[in-house]
Design a binder for this molecule. Structure first.
Ligand code: GDP
Length: 202
């Protein structure tokens, strides 16, 4: 299930403009700063692949990376970026929703959640929308290496992960699969790739 080849293919603004070769794909999405680029780079074992999608103008696009010439990793715009103008934010929401609803080769959405902080309502809203629309989702918890100092009263990543799953479970018929990760230690990397391989072979 390892990545031997990773290649940036294209940035698309609309679902119709996405690659049409029919290869299966997995979309990574999450709040800005959740660690999406770090995870993408960790998955493909490159330091800078995801930079392509961080270039100004590309951040609002659907970015396709072809892996091993047989499937796609798709980088979607981060949500919840407070500094973005309201109209831009609703625009993002519209086109990612259109992508989720109409992209027939989408196997599963990988929703990234920061495990170093308590659940955010915007993440729950996102998960709830995916659940309501019956879009297959995998929960990817990021930054699981981060330990809060006891004094500040912060919870451990494991506790935040448990709390989030409790909250999300009700939105889905069966509990979504979940994986704990860290781009610092590469925890979860092989598990994600294996999970994607299993989903592709269904
Ligand atoms: P993006 O905005 O979702 O693409 O997030 P980035 O990948 O740019 O990461 C945002 C910040 O979180 C950066 O300062 C990263 O160094 C940090 N970060 C990302 N992943 C991890 C992780 O697994 N562990 C820790 N401790 N920090 C991380």
């Amino acid at each position: 299930a390892q990545v031997v080849q990773a290649e940036f293919v294209k940035s698309s603004v609309r679902t119709e403009d996405c690659p049409s070769d029919g290869l299966p794909e997995f979309a990574l999405v999450g709040r800005s700063n959740v660690g999406k680029s770090s995870l993408l780079n960790s998955l493909v074992r490159r330091k800078r692949l995801a930079l392509t999608s961080k270039k100004p103008g590309k951040t609002q696009c659907i970015n396709h990376f072809r892996i091993n010439d047989s499937w796609y990793l798709v980088d979607l715009p981060g949500y919840g970026y407070a500094a973005a103008p309201q109209e831009l934010r609703t625009d993002w929401a519209k086109f990612t929703k259109d992508y989720f609803l109409n992209r027939s080769t989408l196997v599963s959405v990988f929703l990234l959640i920061d495990a170093s902080i308590p659940a955010k309502s915007i993440d729950l809203e996102y998960a709830s929308w995916l659940g309501q629309n019956q879009i297959p989702m995998t929960l990817i918890f990021t930054k699981c290496d981060k330990r809060k100092k006891k004094k500040t009263g912060g919870k451990r990543p494991e506790e935040n992960v448990y709390d989030f799953q409790e909250l999300v479970h009700g939105f889905f018929k069966s509990a979504p699969p979940w994986i704990m990760t860290s781009s610092v230690t590469n925890q979860g990397r092989d598990e994600i790739l294996l999970h994607m391989a299993q989903l592709r072979n269904y």
